[in-house]
Design a protein around this ligand. Structure first.
Ligand SMILES: C[S@@+](CC[C@H](N)C(=O)[O-])C[C@H]1O[C@@H](n2cnc3c(N)ncnc32)[C@H](O)[C@@H]1O
Length: 218
């Protein structure tokens, strides 16, 4: 299910500030050559994240789920020169592609790639983060959230991607026919319920692209 009407989304994109041509090159290459290109956050979400990063004057970012480096580079374009993005992924092949693209951008130097599983890498990271973008394996979403909330700076926020899961999270949705996708529906429902019921977190679930949960400490 496409959450937003396609024409509406295209109009919004046409009137929004968008990622640079360096990011566009990653998007186009990925869509043409890489399996799973539907995982890219795309222009609308990238523009919205850029707005958030500028609003909170984010300097230090943690991303879970690098893929081909599109979202990391779009975020790097909105932080100062002495800002830092640490981005984590288990897939060396796509991370190597990402590094190649970043090396062509003046903003690439702000990005540090960590190869490994999010659950192993997060506890090795020190310091606070102004922004955490959770966009990796859905099975661990809830643990990624629980591990990173204590790492937020006072004005920091977490954004969790794909929380509408094509509409599958709605009560009574039928099976997709894929066991993996159905299991992921349950993991995403779990994290959505956890945020909704938390007394310590302030969350806003936005129907942008595949759903973005904006979370901060109360
Ligand atoms: C949705 S994609 C990320 C898309 C990227 N944020 C973008 O928009 O350009 C999800 C990524 O999570 C990675 N991933 C899967 N399991 C992971 C794990 N346990 N730890 C870290 N990354 C993982 C996958 O290899 C994949 O590249």
């Amino acid at each position: 299910m496409q959450i937003t009407d396609k024409n509406i989304e295209e109009y919004c994109i046409s009137k929004s500030n968008l990622p640079s041509n360096d990011c566009l090159a990653i998007e186009e290459y990925t869509r043409a050559n890489v399996h799973g290109a539907g995982m890219l956050i795309g222009k609308m979400e990238a523009s919205f994240i850029g707005f958030l990063l500028r609003s909170i004057k984010a300097k230090r970012i943690l991303e879970l789920g690098t893929f081909t480096g599109y979202s990391a580079l779009t975020m790097a374009e909105h932080i100062p020169d002495d800002g830092e993005i640490i981005t984590v992924d288990i897939n060396k092949e796509t991370v190597d592609l990402a590094k190649d693209f970043w090396s062509k951008s003046e903003h690439g130097k702000k990005i540090t790639s960590k190869l490994g599983s999010g659950l192993d890498i997060i506890p090795t990271l020190g310091g606070q983060f102004d922004f955490v973008f959770i966009d990796a394996d859905k099975r661990n979403y809830i643990d990624y959230l629980k591990l990173t909330v204590p790492m937020l700076s006072p004005n920091g926020m977490i954004v969790i991607d794909n929380v509408l899961w094509g509409g599958q999270v709605l009560p009574g949705s039928e099976s997709t026919g894929s066991d993996l996708r159905d299991r992921n529906t349950e993991f995403i429902r779990m994290v959505n319920d956890y945020i909704a019921e938390s007394k310590d977190l302030y969350g806003t679930l936005m129907p942008i692209r595949d759903g973005m949960f904006l979370v901060r400490k109360k």
